[in-house]
Design a protein around this ligand. Structure first.
Ligand SMILES: Cc1ncc(COP(=O)(O)O)c(C=O)c1O
Length: 390
């Protein structure tokens, strides 16, 4: 598996773990505090009109705690600029309104977070942006969906909730040929496991709510770009539109990121054990985990990811009611939306996170259960799933 990202030049020669802890986390110049303070402030005293200290004038435009997180995010993804938002969807909204104009066309995946689909289908489409759905795990399907007006190709890999894998480098090539920008939602992998910009993507999107925050205690989003001109344009729109990350939220994410590498290693180990157990269970008809050799995206995932992550989905014998019953019987796996925290979660995508795609090309199987495998003792997690499966 790839681990080229562990010592990239963009990180000044330091390993990923070092960058996660140190990038943006410079000691506070006033006190030497080793953790950046939470600058819970809206405005800044000016040294005479226009005499800004460190460029700070108003916290929608910039806030030192958010700056620390944005520097950290840019370093982790190997980008030139990071921008932190109030949620993943706020980041996506800012990106789409920056990149698209009426008449433009977007290719979206046939498997994506339901909220992302809803943003395209119910919000962005209302101001004259057209979209087509493609199977992004097949570059030929992406190519077939292009029109002369395609400006953006959107990819989520691994995808939510079907754990589909897209070959980022291959689709980046398609995007380049079409003169479109490739956006990769890296929420499921995190930059520790996957580096989309190095593989040719133009923009990385995150729901920081998930693995980056890592503790189910904050909602946030991010955009990271390699092109400084695009970074400037996005920063302009971020300020103009205003859905920025608050200082407390930025601080929580910055804190969470320090343990991202160790958490992702354990998430991946535990998820592998869970996927193995499920694939041998009599009541499970299909397991979706890119670490399994029989997963159709296994080889691509092994090429572009350091490990396979903490998300596992599976289908159960007995249809929708049986899937719902498994969710209801789980005890240690908490029944809830979201993912990526240290605690394990279980949910029924059809009725919960992906209810908004019902009846669309993105509809998910009704017998599907999604797990966010946490970092508890693996034996306890296996035992809980075994009792929940009955
Ligand atoms: C893959 C993915 N992208 C984006 C989002 C949206 O992020 P947020 O909930 O922080 O707005 C989510 C949320 O579940 C997600 O799973």
């Amino acid at each position: 598996m790839s681990d080229t990202h562990n010592s990239q030049n963009a990180h000044g020669g330091h390993g990923f773990e070092t960058v996660a802890i140190h990038a943006g986390n410079t000691a506070d110049p006033l006190t030497g505090a080793v953790v950046p303070p939470i600058y819970q402030v809206s405005t800044y005293k000016q040294d005479g009109v226009g005499g800004l200290r460190g460029g700070y004038e108003y916290s929608r435009s910039a806030n030192p705690t958010r700056t620390a997180l944005e520097e950290n995010l840019a370093a982790l993804e190997g980008g030139r600029q990071g921008l932190a938002f109030a949620s993943g969807l706020a980041a996506e909204d800012c990106l789409l309104r920056t990149l698209l104009s009426p008449g433009d066309h977007v290719v979206i995946p046939n498997d994506a977070y339901g909220g992302t689909f809803r943003l395209f289908a119910k919000v962005v489409s209302r101001w004259g942006v057209e979209w087509s759905v493609a199977d992004t795990s097949d570059p030929a399907s992406v190519r077939a969906a292009l029109t002369p007006k395609t400006k953006v190709i959107w990819v989520e890999t691994p995808s939510n909730p079907l754990l589909g894998i897209t070959d980022i480098a291959a689709v980046a090539q398609v995007a380049r040929e079409a003169g479109a920008r490739l956006v990769v939602d890296n929420t499921f992998a995190s930059p520790y496991l996957q580096q989309p910009l190095a593989l040719g993507a133009d923009v990385v999107v995150h729901s920081l709510t998930k693995y980056m925050g890592g503790h189910s205690d904050v909602v946030g989003g991010a955009l990271i770009v390699a092109d400084p001109a695009l970074g400037d344009e996005l920063a302009y729109h971020q300020n103009a539109m205003g859905a920025v990350a608050g200082p407390m939220d930025a601080w929580l994410v910055l804190r969470g990121i320090k343990t991202l590498p160790v958490r992702m290693d354990r998430h991946s180990e535990n998820a592998t054990k869970v996927a193995d157990m499920l694939s041998r269970h009599a009541r499970v008809t299909r397991v979706l985990y890119p670490g399994l050799p029989e997963h159709p995206g296994h080889e691509v995932a092994a090429k572009q990811m350091k490990a396979f992550g903490g998300m596992v989905s599976f289908q159960v014998e007995g249809g929708e009611e049986a899937a719902v019953a498994v969710c209801d019987r789980a005890k240690l796996f908490t029944l809830g939306e979201s993912l990526g925290g240290v605690e394990s979660l279980i949910e029924h995508p059809g009725r919960m996170t992906h209810a908004s795609v019902a009846g669309s090309a993105l509809e998910v199987p009704s017998d599907l259960v999604r797990l966010s495998v946490g970092i508890e003792s693996a034996d306890d997690l296996l035992a809980d799933l075994q009792q929940a499966l009955g």
